[in-house]
Design a protein around this ligand. Structure first.
Ligand code: ASP
Length: 250
């Protein structure tokens, strides 16, 4: 409606929103710049109350996330590529390696998207018709790695908190809300961590209990982003195969 009104009124309002956006960005940057101090304080608090054992627990948490991601990436997704897309998973992995390495180093599916599209089309030979639809959609809503990570992280937080014992139904709630939260997460670094607040609240855990895992989130983010991009690419190969088959049948 601002566009409909146009003229000086429209321009003034548009400028007002632009200015509010710039101020909000600056405020967010300021709050984020305090994060290292907050994380440091949280780690000191955790170490003071739980002893240095907290680091061993964190290491076990990281290994759990890493192994779960690895299983998904090297067993489940390649099986789909082999059985449904009828391609060699290893060959497809080689074709996608530049995109996967970029996803690992940037921790952003969205930043990797142009390279994912180029690898899928130019190296794996998938049609632009499929990739231009599946990959942008996948980079936004298909985040297996993020969903998997959120479930492990929330269960870890619940176990680390004294007096919290999640029932079976609450664990199912965690799995379901993590799936929804991963769909809502943006393809940018640490988006999964932000969306985790929804999962924590769904089972009555305080949002600030996340503090303990923030310190190790970057490296896990790099791993789960690679899995997100790998799963988008596998999805693209599957859709391309089904698409081609339906074209041939028609
Ligand atoms: N960094 C992830 C991605 O871009 C999202 C997340 O934080 O889990 O896919």
């Amino acid at each position: 409606f601002i566009n409909f009104v146009g003229g000086s009124h429209g321009r003034r309002l548009a400028e007002l929103f632009e200015s509010a956006f710039a101020v909000m960005l600056r405020m967010t940057a300021w709050v984020i710049s305090l994060a290292p101090i907050g994380v440091c304080a949280f780690m000191i608090y955790a170490t003071a109350t739980q002893g240095v054992d907290v680091f061993a627990t964190l290491a076990r948490y990281m290994v759990t996330v890493f192994l779960a991601l690895l299983f998904h990436a090297v067993v489940i997704l390649p099986l789909l590529v082999l059985v449904v897309a009828r391609r060699s998973p290893l060959g497809f992995l080689k074709n996608m390696s530049p995109a996967l390495l970029t996803a690992f180093s940037t921790a952003s599916s969205n930043a990797t998207l142009p390279l994912t599209i180029s690898c899928v089309e130019n190296r794996a030979g998938i049609s632009n018709r499929t990739s231009s639809f599946v990959l942008p959609l996948g980079a936004t809503i298909n985040m297996d790695g993020t969903a998997l990570y959120e479930v492990v992280a929330v269960l870890f937080i619940a176990q680390a908190m004294p007096g919290v014992d999640l029932t079976f139904l609450q664990q199912v709630t965690v799995a379901f809300t993590a799936l929804i939260a991963s769909v809502g997460a943006a393809g940018i670094p640490h988006a999964g961590l932000v969306m985790m607040a929804i999962v924590l609240q769904a089972v009555g855990l305080p949002v600030e209990s996340q503090g303990i895992i923030i310190a190790v989130d970057r490296v896990l983010d790099m791993c789960r982003t690679s899995v997100n991009v790998w799963s988008d690419s596998c999805g693209c190969a599957v859709i391309d195969r089904l698409n081609n088959e339906s074209v041939v049948e028609a």
